[in-house]
Ligand binder design. Structure first.
Ligand code: G4P
Length: 522
């Protein structure tokens, strides 16, 4: 089946990085290449964080960080890019993980000075689980970073993915001279002062002009690295890339707009168009004529003037037009998508048509849950949108008792957004919330007060970890009667146990060999 050209040109991706690696900076350059902004620097200057594209919520601006994901669209070289933003702060929430379920590829951004960092490792786990194709950009080559081979080694060892460098730098820091493109045999010159970039055709890594331009020492170091990369490493294999086993690697400097165009070109030519997606019934191919999609994120009160909720839908197949009726598989209801929106900065723009690969926002009257599937009538559910085990827990106590209805509504709605998980302890009426990053406690407290008028205190529960308990009903009941004090039910009434320490977890695993203790629930 030949695929609709509108779908074939879509590239939906996210950026995986640790805070400060340069995600915002490189996003600006992408938007500049896509001619969405006229000058880089428009999106955000650090001195005035309130211009950050995804700064929707007041708390984000107060904190100077971005906690919710947004979606940016831009055209480049015949492709239509959808960049799903991933919140950058280290206390990021489940939203970030879920954003990765909506993309077909990811850009892993690494700071050449710091190497592979903690948050990148966590996010890569999600990519690996989903076999997401990865392209890596090693940023800040204008600083005195780590040796090239060390960086490549770290990616292979820590991120557990084979590297296939497409370029190699010559020089580093103040003496960074540019990058050599291995496949094209070209040298891309870097000149920070003049801001000039040239692409020069070379006869090979031994071309004498390289020594003239970069000096003997840098070129001999480069040649050693070149020999290791071309002689000792597996050559790039597109199939392995599509399976998430091997990643092309590029070097550059986002702030100097160096190497960014090459990177985007690589995305356009190597990254996949929308990929087939699994459901509980069959695999859905993007080229099918019928529309299908799933909700991967819900956000309330994006516009403070209107109390609204927006559901973000990743379209998996077909196309749909504004006003189309779709089937909401969980409730069995037919709904009309009256005003789907595309997102850019704070402006929502109503769109008339969208295709597989696109992400659209629709007004949510309180109907949607994360993971919900929408089709043209077929009953099925997209799979693989996991709940991640939160790492921090707190009991929620209401401080103004007359607001209990508001608090319950707020807790339920905010947990449907996915940033927090809500649990009901088996032996207590006081609700417990769990979050992936501690900052979410502040976000929750702030939003309960400002959006629902409920003042709460959060009492932290020290714990080693939470596990979903899966198994036969009688075994489960036995477990709950023994571990009742630590047991709770999640939003789908599945049992979870909050283990205070590793010892108790190991003991439970030993005593209940027929039960599974799962870290994520799908
Ligand atoms: P993030 O979104 O991943 O958190 O990172 P962001 O783009 O905000 O970049 C973090 C810092 O790194 C910024 O500096 C930015 O200018 C700098 N940066 C990004 N790319 C490069 C690069 O290629 N080379 C160098 N030397 N620096 C880079 P800042 O001082 O924190 O902010 P600002 O005053 O520059 O705005």
């Amino acid at each position: 089946m030949s695929i609709n050209p509108e779908i074939a040109k879509r590239r939906t991706f996210a950026i995986v990085s640790h805070p400060d690696a340069g995600k915002t900076t490189i996003t600006e350059k992408f938007l500049w290449y896509g001619k969405v902004i006229r000058e880089a620097g428009h999106v955000r200057a650090k001195s005035n964080r309130s211009y950050t594209v995804s700064d929707w919520m007041k708390i984000e601006q107060e904190r100077g960080i971005s906690v919710s994901s947004s979606v940016l669209n831009f055209p480049f070289e015949g492709c239509q890019f959808n960049l799903v933003d991933t919140p950058g702060h280290q206390d990021f929430c489940e939203d970030t993980y879920r954003a990765l379920t909506a993309v077909d590829a990811a850009l892993v951004l690494i700071d050449s000075v710091n190497g592979v960092e903690k948050q990148t490792i966590k996010l890569m786990e999600v990519c690996r689980m989903r076999h997401t194709p990865i392209i890596t950009f090693i940023n800040k080559m204008d600083l005195d970073g780590r040796p090239v081979l060390d960086l490549l080694d770290q990616i292979e060892e820590i991120l557990k993915i084979k590297v296939a460098p497409f370029t190699l730098p010559i020089g580093v820091g103040k003496l960074f001279k540019g990058v050599y493109s291995i496949s094209e045999n070209t040298f891309h010159t870097f000149d920070k002062e003049e801001g000039r970039q040239e692409i020069l055709k070379m006869t090979g890594p031994g071309d004498p002009r390289l020594v003239e331009m970069c000096g003997e020492n840098w070129v001999s170091q480069f040649k050693e690295e070149y020999d290791v990369v071309t002689g000792g490493m597996d050559p790039f294999d597109h199939e392995r890339f599509l399976k998430g086993e091997m990643c092309p690697v590029f070097f550059g400097s986002a702030v100097n707009n160096f190497g960014v165009r090459q990177l985007l070109n690589a995305f356009a030519s190597l990254a996949p168009a929308p990929m087939p997606r699994e459901t509980d019934k069959r695999i859905v191919s993007p080229g099918e004529t019928d529309f299908t999609g799933f909700v991967f994120k819900i956000q309330a009160n994006m516009d403070p003037k209107h109390r609204d909720r927006t559901a973000f839908i990743r379209i998996c197949s077909g196309e749909f037009e504004r006003g189309d009726k779709v089937y909401h598989c969980r409730s069995g209801r037919e709904i009309r998508l009256a005003a789907p929106t595309a997102f850019l900065a704070k402006d929502k723009e109503v769109i008339d048509r969208a295709w597989a690969g696109d992400i659209v926002g629709i007004n949510d009257p309180g109907l949607f849950h994360i993971g919900d599937t929408l089709t043209k009538g077929e009953k099925m559910n997209f799979t693989g949108i996991p709940d991640f085990a939160p790492e921090f827990f707190a009991r929620v106590t209401l401080l103004n008792p007359l607001k209990s209805k508001q608090m319950n509504k707020g807790l339920a709605e905010l947990s449907e957004e996915g940033a927090t998980q809500l649990y009901q302890p088996v032996k207590s009426a006081v609700p417990v919330i769990g979050v992936v990053g501690e900052l979410q406690f502040d976000v929750l407290q702030f939003r309960l007060k400002s959006e629902y008028g409920a003042d709460v205190s959060l009492d932290r529960i020290p714990s080693f970890g939470v596990r979903w308990i899966v198994g036969k009903q009688d075994e489960l009941e036995k477990f709950v009667s023994e571990y009742g004090m630590d047991c709770m039910q999640d939003k789908d009434e599945r049992f979870v146990c909050l283990f205070p320490n590793e010892y108790r977890l190991n003991l439970a695993v030993k005593n209940f060999p027929d039960l599974k203790f799962e870290k994520t629930s799908v």
